[in-house]
Design a protein around this ligand. Structure first.
Ligand code: SF4
Ligand code: SF4
Length: 127
């Protein structure tokens, strides 16, 4: 049976949204709260309900600063930041022209390119 979009988000993020008790601490500690249309606790709840399409269009994807305050504050070990990162990756992977085949990497880097940047780009831009 093919994976649902919700299952894909959960797999990429490694997050268990069922553990969320909607306490809101993640959103309360988020420095990007005012810039978000869906706040971190809403992200978690919407992924749990399988409401992925609006999240893929959300400006919250690009307002999140990946500071991981939401992860630190969560009393249940949920990782809202990882969900947001997973959705960002899914948006990038849907754009065919942003795919990065492994064989192109040597042409794009020089000796000064940090390996972390290469690995990060490869994770984001390849399936
Ligand atoms: S802090 Fe954790 S448990 Fe509370 S709403 Fe956010 S994700 Fe859910
Ligand atoms: S990682 Fe993103 S969602 Fe989480 S607190 Fe920081 S800015 Fe907010």
């Amino acid at each position: 049976m093919p994976e649902t979009t919700r299952e894909t988000v959960l797999r990429i993020s490694g997050t268990n949204t069922r553990k969320c008790m909607l306490c809101g601490k993640c959103s309360g500690s988020c420095p990007a709260y005012d810039a978000m249309d869906y706040r971190p606790h809403q992200f978690v709840a919407m992924v749990e309900r399988g409401e992925i399409a609006p999240l893929l269009q959300s400006k919250s994807l690009y307002a999140c600063m990946s500071c991981f305050a939401c992860v630190e504050r969560c009393p249940r070990g949920v990782q809202p930041a990882s969900l947001i990162e997973a959705l960002r990756a899914m948006v990038l992977r849907e754009r065919e022209h942003t795919r990065l085949p492994a064989q192109l990497i040597p042409e794009l880097i020089d000796a000064g390119t940090p390996q972390q940047a290469v690995v990060s780009a490869f994770r984001k831009l390849s399936k």
